[in-house]
Design a protein around this ligand. Structure first.
Ligand code: FAD
Ligand code: FMN
Length: 457
């Protein structure tokens, strides 16, 4: 063996050796760190109970804020919970909206109906409830003071957690209609937990300027309030992207601080953003601020301040190619139409629309289009309930009961059920009919799988 005695070559070899050792050590350290992170559960869990996505979006921001402080955090929907909180979770932040009349949103209905209800029952029987003494938590409750039971679900959740022995990190923060000051307080408290006081304030996404390209009455002569189809286009630039199921928020000039939500009725490839807006009357007979402006006040030269809101819970998602049972009434046809258009674009024909309104003569909204879709096979079935065309009232929930066998067949074939329109009357009646046809547990399971989705207001 010939060993080189050349000092230059020896030095070079030594340097190479050191470099290799350093690289190997770094690779090993990186590997060790990665496997440690993978095996370590998140320090913080952020659970959201959201209907239209506000709580979900705030949960994402909360996770990011914790992460800026170096804390491992993840968010999850309360829909992913069974009857209890995850056993290993010791630090949980809850972001909870309220729906109906002080109720939990659909995503948390199962948790509220099992875990929280079980405790209420245990209290009456003197049995022990859940033991959450290991848990540290805080609640951000989203709501709207115009409803009688302000932040009802968030408050109930906060009280229930304390009652189970969990430790409150700070008092429940209540947010009235997206109130920026309350959100800043949450951000401050979470920032304190994360050890970061200098994060910039969360800002709501900016409005864009849109114009009304077309406004057509959809129910002339109706016994109900007038309903219009509005086609909107950006005042400048290109049409932004959205998905069927998403919402548009409109800020009306008379009430700029309180945007109103509208289900989008079209898909981007149509080149326009359509809304179906019902002119709303308040209890005292005066016209609603946003709907009257959109339906009558705003002219072609007025700018409409509008922003798009992703509504994950009402998008097609994994249901894009499943059979679809679309159920709705009145302006609820907006969200359903967008879903059906998206299916048409995908060439999926397995669609059943059940729609209800007052009188066929005046309220058969988008009649030409729906009948053409039925004739061309884009709608496999179209069933209509006109409540006032016969002596007894007849609604979409009656259609479901009349076609119970077919509803069960479609669900058996893997169908997803989407409901859009009135919360009062329609959504509850439809839910009760579906629960009777499919069974309460099966309906809960469909909701948990994302096969029963609602956009009801
Ligand atoms: C998810 C969702 C989707 C919807 N989709 C549609 C749709 O596709 N088509 C449709 O016609 N409608 C839809 N709506 C209803 C719509 O958002 C409006 O509520 C409706 O148009 C009436 O608004 P308005 O401003 O005309 O009436 P208003 O009576 O002026 O306001 C309606 C509500 O806004 C709140 N409000 C009013 N003023 C204030 C204030 N100063 N501060 C705080 N809150 C205030 C109150 O809760 C009031 O009851 C939807 C609602 C939701 C939540
Ligand atoms: C149909 C409907 C019913 C509501 N009911 C209540 C209520 O009873 N109490 C309340 O405080 N807020 C109520 N709200 C307001 C929501 O909780 C609030 O808008 C919240 O920000 C929605 O958040 P999300 O997008 O996460 O679902 C209701 C909203 C709607 C559309």
């Amino acid at each position: 063996m010939i060993l080189s005695t050349d000092p230059l070559r020896l030095g070079g070899a030594a340097l190479l050796c050191c470099a290799w050792l350093a690289l190997s050590a770094r690779a090993w350290r990186t590997h060790a760190r990665r496997s440690r992170v993978d095996r370590t559960p998140a320090d913080w869990l952020v659970l959201h109970a959201s209907q239209t996505g506000n709580a979900e979006a705030l949960a994402e921001r909360t996770v990011q804020l914790l992460a800026t402080g170096g804390l491992a955090a993840r968010s999850a929907s309360m829909a992913s919970l069974d009857a209890a909180l995850p056993a290993g979770a010791t630090r949980v932040l809850f972001i909870a909206s309220t729906y109906g009349e002080g109720d939990a949103p659909d995503a948390a209905a199962r948790f509220a109906g099992t875990a929280m209800a079980a405790t209420a029952m245990a209290a009456t029987t003197m049995a022990a409830g859940a033991d959450l003494r290991h848990l540290h938590y805080a609640v951000l409750a989203l709501g709207d003071r115009n409803y009688a039971n302000f932040c009802g679900f968030g408050r109930a959740l906060d009280a229930w957690l304390a009652q189970q022995g969990a430790t409150r990190l700070f008092d429940c923060i209540e947010v009235d209609h997206g109130d920026a000051r309350a959100l800043a307080e949450w951000q401050h408290q979470v920032g304190r937990l994360a050890g970061t006081a200098d994060a910039p304030d969360w800002e709501a996404p900016a409005y864009g300027a849109w114009r009304i390209a077309e406004r057509a009455p959809l129910n002339p002569g109706s016994a109900g309030e007038p309903l219009y189809r509005l086609a909107l286009v950006p005042a400048e630039g290109v049409l932004p992207d959205w998905e069927a199921g998403d919402l548009a928020q409109v800020s009306a000039p008379d009430d700029p601080g309180h945007p109103r939500e509208y289900s989008i009725a079209s898909i981007p490839s149509e080149g326009r953003l359509d809304l179906l807006v019902r002119l709303q009357r308040r209890a005292d007979g005066s016209p609603g601020a946003a709907s009257s402006w959109l339906c009558a006040g705003a002219g072609k030269d007025d700018l409409v301040r509008l922003r798009l809101r992703a509504h994950q819970r009402f998008r097609l998602g994994d249901n894009a190619r499943r059979p679809l049972i679309a159920i709705g009434n009145g302006s609820g046809l907006a969200g359903l139409r967008a879903l059906l258009m998206a299916r048409r674009q995908l060439d999926v024909r397995d669609n059943w629309l059940l729609f209800g309104e007052r009188n066929a003569a005046h309220d058969f909204l988008l009649r030409d289009e729906l009948e053409a879709w039925r004739a061309a096979g884009w709608l496999a079935r179209l069933d209509l309930a006109f409540s006032r065309d016969q002596p007894e009232r007849r609604y979409v929930q009656h259609l479901l009961r009349e076609h119970a066998t077919q509803v069960a067949d479609w669900v058996g074939r893997g169908a997803a059920i989407y409901v859009c329109g009135s919360l009062q009357g329609m959504a509850g009646g439809v839910h009760a009919a579906l629960a009777d046809i499919l069974g309460e547990a099966a309906l809960d399971a469909l909701a948990a799988q994302g096969r029963y989705r609602r956009d009801v207001y």
